[in-house]
Design a protein around this ligand. Structure first.
Ligand code: NAI
Ligand code: MG
Length: 365
């Protein structure tokens, strides 16, 4: 049977960048004989407009059945004043929660042609290819007790950093699995010097590591990790960390390499019956209302998210590399959307021109 993919373009530039991904999916069918069973549905504001909810139950059920979900972006000013319970992002949060996507993969990869575009020195970022694995479903954003309480004659705001052994174990395993497919090097980051959850984190990761003798495991305090990531990021291959530190470190790492329009992500859950993890792929960027409907959006983040789906859900690593190389080639040829240009006088490529250039590069590969 063909691999199945549920596409949820969403709002704003979501449908615009997804159109370019559809071209690539069609290319795989026509030129490589690889056919995906693609279905498409609504999420976010557009789902609210049609159904009064940002994620219909039928869409949720479909997401649980397919091999992978590919999402564009949700939200926009039209929906900013909606009730919290039906806000567009609730659709995305429901997907993540009900699919139990505990492992968030955020690559920081520097395409050759964009090495000059980084705010860091070229030799620090040229050739950079690292992956941050962030725990996504537990930790301080979810721990109880939480809230704002009266205490004596003032208020106190409380959040609780809480991790169970099994929560650490499963995200550690997904990071080790990833390290096995990459450079066999894993750095775990926490603050075991000042946090009990950090002590437990280090213990459990070390224990899981015994099942992966080929992977070279190291530990680093997360604050030192932030320094090392900007000083010499190429010392890392895979980094695994908790929800809070991962939120900060993945945003930091992402910006080592340039534009929001280039950043893909994957969120993985437990293995399904076919042995593959539940998976949601999406660009890091949002619906970009400031440029929506103008053909200015960079489709690369969404295209690269599809490449991650090829690699992590469909075991098509070579095809994934082919797509990434095509993007690299296009950038090298100087085809750039506006977000990738800092010089005046160069006409930026449109969303469609960028997508077509990637197709042409795939044809030539
Ligand atoms: P944003 O990521 O949508 O935009 C930030 C800036 O980056 C804007 O100037 C935008 O034009 C630019 N940008 C983003 N993606 C781009 C692309 N592919 N090509 C070229 N330029 C790009 O974040 P912002 O403005 O904070 O949020 C806008 C809306 O998106 C809000 O409703 C927010 O809630 C939603 N959002 C949704 C996310 C999701 O669906 N996962 C994530 C972040 C925000
Ligand atoms: Mg963040």
């Amino acid at each position: 049977t063909n691999p199945s993919l549920l596409i949820l373009p969403g709002d704003g530039i979501g449908p615009e960048v997804m159109t370019e991904v559809r071209k690539i999916i069609d290319w795989f069918g026509a030129k490589r004989g690889i056919t995906f069973d693609v279905s498409e549905d609504l999420v976010g504001g557009c789902a609210y407009d049609k159904h009064g909810t940002p994620l219909h139950d039928d869409t949720m059920a479909k997401a649980q059945e397919v091999d992978a979900v590919l999402l564009g972006a949700v939200g926009g000013p039209k929906y900013d004043n909606l009730d919290f319970s039906v806000k567009p992002e609730r659709g995305l949060l429901r997907l993540r929660k009900e699919m139990d996507l505990f492992s968030n993969l955020r690559p920081a990869q520097c395409f050759d042609a964009l090495a000059d575009f980084s705010s860091l020195k070229k030799d620090v970022v040229a050739g950079l290819d690292i992956m941050i694995v962030r725990e996504l479903t537990s930790g301080v954003y979810f721990g109880e007790p939480r809230g704002i309480f009266e205490e004596g004659n003032e208020r106190v705001g409380i959040n609780t950093q809480r991790y169970t052994e099994s929560e650490i174990d499963r995200v550690a395993r997904s990071a080790f699995d990833l390290a096995m497919k990459r450079g066999k090097k894993l750095c775990s980051m926490e603050k075991a010097n000042v946090m009990e959850s950090g002590i437990l984190w280090r213990e459990v990761v070390t224990e899981v590591g015994k099942d992966y003798p080929e992977v070279e495991l190291s530990h680093m305090y997360a604050d030192a990790g932030a320094m090392q990531l900007t000083r010499w990021p190429k010392q890392f291959d895979v980094i695994v960390t908790d929800n809070l530190f991962g939120d900060l470190l993945s945003d930091l790492a992402a910006m080592l390499t340039g534009s929001l329009g280039m950043l893909p992500s994957a969120s993985l859950g437990a293995p399904m019956d076919n042995g593959r993890p539940k998976a949601l792929y999406e660009p890091v960027h949002g619906s970009a209302p400031d440029i929506a409907g103008q053909g200015k959006a960079n489709p690369c983040a969404c295209i690269l998210s599809f490449a991650m789906a090829l690699r992590y859900s469909f075991d098509m690593g070579e095809e994934a590399t082919r797509v990434e190389q095509a993007v690299n080639k296009v950038l090298g040829d100087g085809v750039r959307t506006a977000d990738l240009l800092n010089e005046e006088g160069i006409t930026p490529a449109t969303t469609a021109e960028m997508g077509d250039a990637v197709i042409a590069a795939l044809d030539a590969s």
